[in-house]
Design a protein. Structure first.
Length: 198
């Protein structure tokens, strides 16, 4: 992947929004030693990323892991780091009587939301989830398009006030939600977020 080195017509390099968001979260975390350390993962080095790419890990997921190797927003909302993701690809395997187009060749599992898998579509890099009404996710009849990329999903849905809807955070639990506390301290909850998909 080639990036512009500067100049008047410089194009923003991929990951710039993600990097700024993660930098804000890391700075807030450094000032919040009482928050759980597992909220934010580290980063994946280039050698590890090259090896994973050769093994078929999608480039969009690896780009994400180069900046943030996983995030545990809450026990029920997690984006996997590379190593954890590799151990969860069984969620891509076809299931008897399940109409979802499950396929390891087409999908890569990148996390969990309320015990339902979240996928990256290998064809276009989009993020797919299970519609809310299907808590027994193999019974779902379709995927829900969550974002056009993993970066967009994290920056616009998990690192904004939209997390409250995704994490099912109510008024009572808000003051004890460590991810929401981290977002507030990073100054990210005031950012606008797109409305939920229909």
């Amino acid at each position: 992947m080639t990036f512009s080195s500067g100049g008047a017509g410089e194009v923003r390099r991929p990951g710039a929004r993600l990097r700024m968001t993660v930098d804000a979260l890391r700075a807030a975390k450094a000032q919040s030693p009482e928050l759980f350390s597992y909220l934010l993962g580290g980063t994946v080095d280039e050698e590890t990323a090259r090896t994973a790419a050769a093994d078929g890990v999608p480039p969009g997921f690896l780009d994400f892991c180069r900046v943030l190797d996983g995030a545990s927003c809450s026990p029920s909302v997690r984006l996997f780091g590379l190593e954890e993701a590799l151990g969860h690809q069984f969620y891509c395997d076809p299931i008897v009587d399940c109409v979802l187009p499950l396929s390891p060749e087409k999908l890569f599992c990148v996390g969990m939301i309320h015990e339902t898998p979240v996928y990256v579509d290998r064809a276009d890099g989009g993020v797919l989830g299970i519609p809310d009404e299907h808590r027994e996710w193999p019974d779902a009849e379709r995927f829900e398009h969550l974002a056009s990329s993993l970066e967009e999903f994290f920056v616009e849905r998990l690192a904004t006030a939209a997390y409250v809807r995704i994490g099912l955070v109510d008024d009572e639990s808000a003051e004890h939600d460590e991810w929401l506390t981290l977002l507030r301290r990073a100054g990210l909850t005031g950012r606008s977020a797109p409305p939920p998909s229909p």
